[in-house]
Ligand binder design. Structure first.
Ligand code: SIN
Ligand code: CO
Length: 385
């Protein structure tokens, strides 16, 4: 799968559009193939591990319901949408779509969301906090996108935050292979013209509020941040009710001094690799031996589980630190060069691993990850995994 951003380089796209303005990308993908059929999608949304919802209007009222769903028979031919989150956690082919956007780092990725809509279907006009590349699969869909502005939002249904009517700066029909990029804050509304599938590659960031609340959990789990404010240099005050500017600085310094690169990476490595949706992991750890891993690596690459989040930081990768699925792993510094192989690509083959495979710790660690289901051998996945 190859992405063509209207002839722009990824660097030009980042400079001109990313987080700045929406863009219609015509034939971003030539000969785009749907990643899943409507029937398979309907089946996926019957699984309780899969996050899904249906949106439709009934007597002019917006309705939203959450899966798993056991039937679609009553829905009719028009005006409804089925949305499944984290398709990439269940459909390995979605990885190839994400890779087209790997000029944006994976810690920013949220998921690939798929929406199946019947004619007239859509989720209504709304604003997202996310950047999204809506990749049109089969069918046609009309999209309207408004400008940034003070758009009033309201709950059209307890689960649907809508925005009031807006003047479009984009009003277009997407055909299979077209892409619509929408940065956060731009109101948009997609109405399906004919039965349609769209695949949305979404990127998230984090609010300070959410990060600070998760940081507080991290500090208490790791028993950190217990230092008290000290003020041996205190000066006399005649205003006992006042927190003066010097004391305000003390309070702020107490908070900011804690935020070293070490703490921020320790915390955010775990935080950013937590998966929002369930992963396709085995119920019980597998029972694969190190010898089997070595032998199978001769035949085929190890593949990273779809949706598994792993990352490293420039500041401590040389010391062997890698974060995977919410946990920190400390490899030996001699194995540091393996970490980018784990995190920058989704396949590990024997040639790339060869220089380090003799290191017992690597094989032990790889085998643990294989048994957890984090990396797998494709040809064995049916029988063994
Ligand atoms: C959809 O694909 O139905 C909705 C996507 C969006 O507007 O965020
Ligand atoms: Co949206």
């Amino acid at each position: 799968m190859q992405l063509d951003i209207n002839g722009l380089t990824p660097a030009q796209f980042l400079a001109e559009y990313w987080q700045k303005k929406p863009l219609v990308i015509r034939q971003g993908f030539k000969h785009f193939q749907d990643l899943i059929s409507p029937e398979e999608l309907a089946g996926l949304a019957m699984d309780e591990l899969v996050e899904s919802r249906r949106v439709y209007q009934q007597a002019g009222q917006w309705q939203a319901e959450f899966g798993p769903f056991d039937s679609y028979d009553h829905l009719g031919e028009r005006d409804w949408t089925l949305i499944v989150q984290a398709l990439n956690n269940w459909v390995p082919d979605a990885e190839a779509l994400i890779q087209c956007f790997d000029f944006i780092p994976r810690w920013r990725l949220d998921d690939v969301m798929v929406s199946f809509a019947t004619p007239g279907g859509g989720v209504g006009p709304h604003i997202d906090l996310y950047d999204v590349f809506i990749c049109q699969g089969s069918g046609r869909r009309r999209w309207r996108v408004g400008d940034l502005g003070p758009h009033k939002e309201f709950a059209a249904h307890p689960a649907l935050l809508h925005t009031e009517a807006f003047d479009p700066i984009i009003d277009t029909e997407l055909l299979p292979g077209d892409i619509l990029y929408i940065p956060p804050g731009f109101p948009h509304d997609g109405i399906t013209l004919e039965q349609s599938l769209s695949f949305s590659v979404g990127y998230r960031t984090a609010s300070a509020k959410d990060m600070i609340s998760a940081l507080a959990d991290h500090l208490s789990e790791q028993d950190l941040g217990a230092q008290q404010i000290k003020d041996p240099d205190r000066e006399l005050t005649t205003r006992s009710g006042c927190v003066d500017n010097g004391d305000l600085t003390r309070l702020r310094t107490q908070l900011t001094n804690m935020l070293t690169d070490e703490l921020v990476s320790e915390f955010s490595g775990r935080y950013l690799t937590q998966s929002k949706c369930a992963l396709d992991l085995p119920d019980e750890p597998l029972d694969i031996t190190q010898d089997e891993v070595l032998a199978w690596l001769d035949e085929q690459p190890l593949i990273r589980l779809g949706g598994l989040r792993c990352l490293y930081f420039d500041i401590n990768v040389a010391q062997g630190v890698v974060y995977i699925n919410g946990d920190k792993y400390q490899l030996s510094a001699e194995l540091a060069a393996v970490i980018p192989l784990l995190c920058d690509s989704n396949q590990l083959d024997k040639t790339a691993l060869a220089p380090w495979l003799a290191h017992a710790d690597l094989l032990t660690q790889l085998t643990e990850w294989v048994n957890q289901g984090y990396w797998y051998f494709e040809d064995l996945s049916d029988e063994e995994c």
